[in-house]
Design a protein around this ligand. Sequence first.
Ligand code: NAP
Length: 288
Amino acid sequence: MTDTTPLTGAARAAALGDEAQGIAERLEQEHGVRPRLVVVVATEDESTAWYVRSITRAAARAGIACDTVRLPSDAEAAAIRTRLAGLSADPGVHGVILQTPLPPGTSAADLAGAIAPEKDVDGANPLSLGRLAAGLPAFAPATAEAVVALLDAHGIGIAGRGVAVVGRSTVVGKPLAHLLLDRDATVTVCHSRTADLAAVTRTADIVVAAAGRAGLITAAHLAPGAVVVDVGTNPTEDGGLTGDVDAESVAGVAAALSPVPGGIGPVTTALLLQHTALAAQRAVGAHP
Ligand code: NAP
């Protein structure tokens, strides 16, 4: 039995935060502009509130302004769209995120179409996903990009490797498949209708779990020595978080596993700030 290396996100997140801070300081000194991120929230969901607080804290550390716009949890789609369009037109705003969950009867992909692509720092506008698929410059959804950033940070090769992505959402699975293809991986995307999930994931060098099902991935799903990235964040009864991977089961089978919390989460947050800093840099016409 070999040890399973923890693929922690703190070091990569700190480096991305420093990068964002460096850009923010330069923009302030040279252009009198402070990068500003606005998070639009239309839910009373407690885990969303926790996530928004963690973005706000990380933004403050990086010298990026971060405001929250709160809308009622029964807001109409038109009202949310109008708000997003207003923020998109505001020259003092550089990044806009629409938090989920959203009011019943509204669609994230539909509403996010109102976020200007150049401010779409979480890659939610369908135009961003289309550009990503076409290999054109666009902000990728931060969580999908965080998977690639975490693998890179730990020196895990992607080119030529077989990667099984468990989950096909527009936020994680689909954009991640494009990012991995761009890095020359051979990608298989699995979902709830995949006939024999374990048979597919056992053929992969790298397994990414993004299903939102606690403990879904066990040792039976892995080839010995597989690298496992756990994107899942599932609330536990004691108020904590657990991933999609049964960490106890895969210990000693997986060569490496990203912890939950402490793996993908901090890198995702840091990428949102880095994207906002880059968006501000482009908005003032400054290039590195
Ligand atoms: P989602 O929209 O609910 O999508 C889940 C995907 O997993 C769907 O494609 C679904 O298949 C698939 N799936 C569900 N059960 C499955 C099963 N038993 N076997 C195989 N596939 C299954 O969720 P999401 O927004 O992509 O998020 C996924 C997870 O990542 C959640 O736990 C979420 O909290 C977490 N997340 C974390 C971060 C972070 O920063 N750490 C950010 C975003 C999301 P179908 O398409 O067939 O329904």
